[in-house]
Design a protein around this ligand. Structure first.
Ligand code: C2E
Ligand code: MG
Ligand code: MG
Ligand code: MG
Length: 284
């Protein structure tokens, strides 16, 4: 009996795998043509606020893929796929270009872009960033690059060259989703960065004393190393108050603002109140 049941389960599993594989190939093809035509990609911007003054201080650029039949697909899904099939540099370049355009349009604000470890390890990346900034006549000091700590770099040398070249030009670096990698604390020891972004998962659990202690430890470490601190995924007023009293510099989360389409965020920053309705009904 057990054997027969096992075989049936296997057959079902096999069918399921075929189905998944078919869907994945279709999505791959769609992503390839989307990258060619470019028009299905948009960049949204999530405002980041100074904890003590409440002032809007920067924006994080976030990629969006508006698929013709599936609608908006999360970057958590298409970024890993783009990395696997070699399209991440193209998507990174779209977002970078859009970010520079936004920087040129909003002179008092800085913008952060996310970079995949694969991009940071590729030799052309630093030059591509500096070229885009020069094209839009934007100071490198207004750009921050966020990298996640999870991926272990195959070519550590190239990654470090990229970072030091860009930092020498004035670009700053942040470790994103801080605390979720297996080597968070050693990573800030090895790589020169300017900021850590405390992952949402710790912010979510801050009402528990053990999680709160972890956040305190991260903030202490960052302070000792002279790093700036942003908390991600702030959703409640209690979290905001706790993070502010612990000495977090900047706050980002749905409580303060969702990611917004480009025009909406430009309107928000430049104070064009009539378009704020568009901003609050934007999808993200
Ligand atoms: P991330 O860089 O950690 O970005 C923060 C994510 O958390 C964003 O998701 C944002 O919409 C979401 N978020 C912000 N505040 C809140 C909140 O209060 N509650 C909740 N539930 N979520 C919040 P998004 O835009 O879906 O992006 C997911 C991830 O995809 C990003 O995480 C980043 O790692 C990656 N990503 C996005 N755009 C790019 C890109 O242009 N290039 C690369 N390489 N990765 C990107
Ligand atoms: Mg990020
Ligand atoms: Mg993050
Ligand atoms: Mg993330």
């Amino acid at each position: 009996h057990a054997k027969a049941a096992g075989r049936n389960t296997y057959a079902l599993f096999g069918e399921h795998m075929d189905e998944l594989l078919r869907k994945r190939r279709a999505l791959e093809n769609d992503l390839r043509s989307a990258v060619e035509t470019r028009i299905q990609f948009e960049t949204f911007y999530q405002p980041v606020f100074a904890a003590n003054s409440g002032a809007l201080c920067s924006l994080e650029a976030l990629a969006r893929w508006n698929h013709p039949t599936l609608g908006y697909i999360s970057p958590d899904q298409f970024i890993p796929l783009a990395e696997e099939i070699g399209l991440i540099s193209d998507i990174g370049a779209f977002v970078l270009e859009d970010a520079c355009r936004t920087l040129a349009e909003l002179p008092d604000i800085s913008v952060a872009v996310n970079a995949s470890t694969l991009e940071l390890e590729s030799p052309g990346y630093a030059l591509r960033v500096l070229t885009a900034l020069a094209k839009w006549q934007v100071s490198p000091a207004r750009l921050e690059i966020e990298m996640t700590e999870t991926a272990t770099a195959d070519d550590r040398g190239e990654l470090e060259r990229t970072i030091s070249m860009l930092r020498a030009a004035g670009v700053s670096f942040a470790i994103d989703d801080f605390g979720t990698g297996y080597s968070s604390f050693s990573r800030v020891q090895k790589i020169e960065v300017d900021r850590i972004k405390i992952d949402k998962s710790f912010v979510d659990e801050m009402h528990r004393s053990d999680s709160r202690a972890l956040v305190v430890a991260m903030i202490d470490m960052a302070r000792a190393k002279g790093l700036k601190i942003t908390a991600e995924g702030v959703e409640t007023v209690e979290q905001r108050a706790a993070l502010e009293s612990l000495g977090c510099d900047d706050l980002q989360g749905f409580l303060l603002s969702r990611p917004l389409p480009r025009q909406a965020v430009v309107a928000l920053v430049t104070g064009a109140k009539q378009t704020l309705n568009v901003a609050s009904s934007g999808t993200a």
